[in-house]
Design a protein around this ligand. Structure first.
Ligand code: PGA
Length: 261
């Protein structure tokens, strides 16, 4: 059975004091707690990666970077390489977020290079894909998703389902309060899994975790997690408050308990 992932994407929010306060609340609730079948992840801004790795030790929360350079090393002022992330033992990194595609002109090819750089360092990419509202309204969702998968994963070898995750994030649902219905998300998640089975193997397609992102919050998480191909959330706004983040972990734990009973 695939684990349920509760991944918080903090984007460009929180300074040091807020980071430390959040970590203290997480430690108080999660230290020593069994998180069977649930994988919590938090992606802070670069300056806080190492601090959070240390602050959240023993809580089960894993740390992700929000971005990485497509270059290995060199005169690239302001960039951070996959080797640098690996030297901090960062296990995950978000790539291809629609905000980076939109505001930093990231193409599928650049995202593909970033994925390659991360896999070389054994960091697991969380690859974001998703259509915009115009594309959905024109019935182009499937084409857009397939093109992004083809482009971002061209010549990318995956050995195990745990090598990477995919996050389906319809752009029209990000930060808008408008969530995809469970059925809308499920339809795309199924499509992604089918594509993975053809491109890779059935085993890889069955095991890879596919997250949904776009206005996920405690109030809608339970119904989303009922979808068979939806393995958790990549959560922006609602992950910034410790109580909401912890609530979503509880909901995921209940979901796992329900499956096992
Ligand atoms: P949101 O963001 O939960 O605030 O919609 C999701 C994301 O951008 O990953």
């Amino acid at each position: 059975m695939r684990e349920i992932v509760i991944a918080g994407n903090w984007k460009m929010y929180k300074g040091l004091n807020e980071v430390l306060e959040f970590c203290a609340e997480i430690r108080a609730q999660l230290k020593g707690k069994e998180l069977c079948g649930v994988l919590p992840i938090l992606a802070p801004a670069y300056p806080f990666l190492a601090i959070m790795m240390k602050e959240l030790e023993g809580t089960g929360v894993q740390i992700a970077a929000q971005n990485v350079s497509n270059h290995n090393e060199g005169a690239y002022t302001g960039e951070v390489s996959s080797a640098m992330l690996a030297s901090l033992s960062i296990p995950y990194c978000i790539v291809g977020h629609s905000e980076r595609r939109a505001y930093h002109s990231e193409s599928d090819e650049i995202i593909r290079e970033k994925i390659m750089a991360l896999l070389t360092e054994e960091i697991k990419p969380i690859l974001c894909i998703g259509e915009n509202l115009d594309q959905r309204n024109k019935g182009e969702t499937q084409r857009v998703i397939m093109e992004q998968l083809e482009g971002c994963l061209r010549n990318v070898t995956l050995y195990s389902p745990s090598d990477m995750m995919i996050a389906y994030e319809p752009i029209w649902a990000i930060g808008t309060g408008r969530t995809a219905s469970g059925e809308q998300a499920q339809e795309v998640h199924r499509m992604i899994r089918k594509w993975l089975a053809i491109r890779y193997t059935d085993e890889l397609a069955d095991g890879i975790k596919i997250l949904y992102g776009g206005s996920v919050k405690p109030e809608n998480l339970e119904r989303l997690l009922k979808m068979p191909d939806l393995d958790g959330g990549l959560i922006g706004g609602a992950s910034l408050k410790a109580d909401k983040y912890l609530k979503m972990i509880e909901i995921a734990l209940d979901q796992v308990a329900g499956r096992n009973s």
